[in-house]
Design a protein around this ligand. Structure first.
Ligand SMILES: Cc1cc2nc3c(=O)[nH]c(=O)nc-3n(C[C@H](O)[C@H](O)[C@H](O)COP(=O)(O)O)c2cc1C
Length: 218
């Protein structure tokens, strides 16, 4: 058995997304104590910004005509795809940054998506069980002043669930900046409740992930 875990927080020492992903992973490990956990830390080991364009343009020419950079980029994309395809279950921990998706995650996603095995028509990932943990400093719920400003979570759901076809559950914890930013002190009770809800979801979805829900496993 194997789990692939990706982390994208740039502040690992205080990371709320990592803490929640740890809860998911703990449920997985409890059910599969001998399982392999393959980790990719996009903050410690970021994907080079030029890799995606190199991989794409390298795909437009014959192998013999590719530059070293194009070959390296395509090989890295293959490694990413191997990690996804080879795992029985997937766990992603991705914060909201600057009202959009983490650029570390976007670069990783784009490069993995250059692998021909991972495309909307392909079956390589379709039905594979996955959990996304996402955390947001603010609160973007309906009726809040910043409703509609979270341009990360919707995109993540679209590409992971609809494009890659994963059997996805999402653990979401808003208001992680309550207790950090004094301007948000009035929301302490709401933030505590949202944190507890997210922890409950992380344990529940972790158990479901460990049960390997989904139509297809590696
Ligand atoms: C550079 C930076 C930009 C951020 N931008 C936003 C933002 O646009 N909206 C928001 O709600 N929170 C924002 N945050 C807050 C993070 O989403 C929040 O701190 C989250 O908990 C970070 O994930 P982590 O705890 O796993 O590291 C930002 C944080 C950093 C460090």
């Amino acid at each position: 058995m194997s789990l692939f875990r990706l982390d994208a927080s740039i502040l690992p020492a205080s990371s709320a997304s990592r803490s929640l992903a740890d809860l998911v992973e703990a449920e997985w490990t409890a059910s599969h104590p001998d399982s392999t956990v393959t980790r990719r830390d996009l903050a410690a080991d970021p994907v080079p910004a030029a890799a995606w364009a190199d991989a794409v343009t390298g795909g437009f020419v014959d192998e013999a005509q590719r530059t070293d950079a194009q070959r390296a980029a395509r090989a890295l994309g293959t490694t990413f795809a191997d990690e996804l395809i080879g795992a029985d279950a997937l766990l992603f921990a991705v914060p909201l940054y600057n009202y959009g998706v983490s650029q570390h995650f976007k670069t990783w996603f784009d490069l993995a998506y250059t692998d021909p095995r991972i495309d909307p028509q392909g079956t390589a990932l379709r039905g594979k069980p996955a959990t996304l943990v996402t955390v947001l400093g603010g609160n973007y719920a309906p009726g809040t002043p910043k409703e509609g400003w979270d341009h990360s979570t919707g995109w993540l759901r679209r590409v992971l669930e609809d494009v890659w076809g994963l059997d996805l559950r999402i653990v979401e914890r808003p208001f992680t900046l309550v207790g950090v930013n004094p301007a948000l002190d009035a929301f302490a009770d709401t933030a505590r409740e949202l944190k507890e809800n997210a922890e409950t979801d992380a344990r529940t979805y972790g158990r479901e992930l460990a049960a390997l829900r989904g139509d297809q496993v590696a």
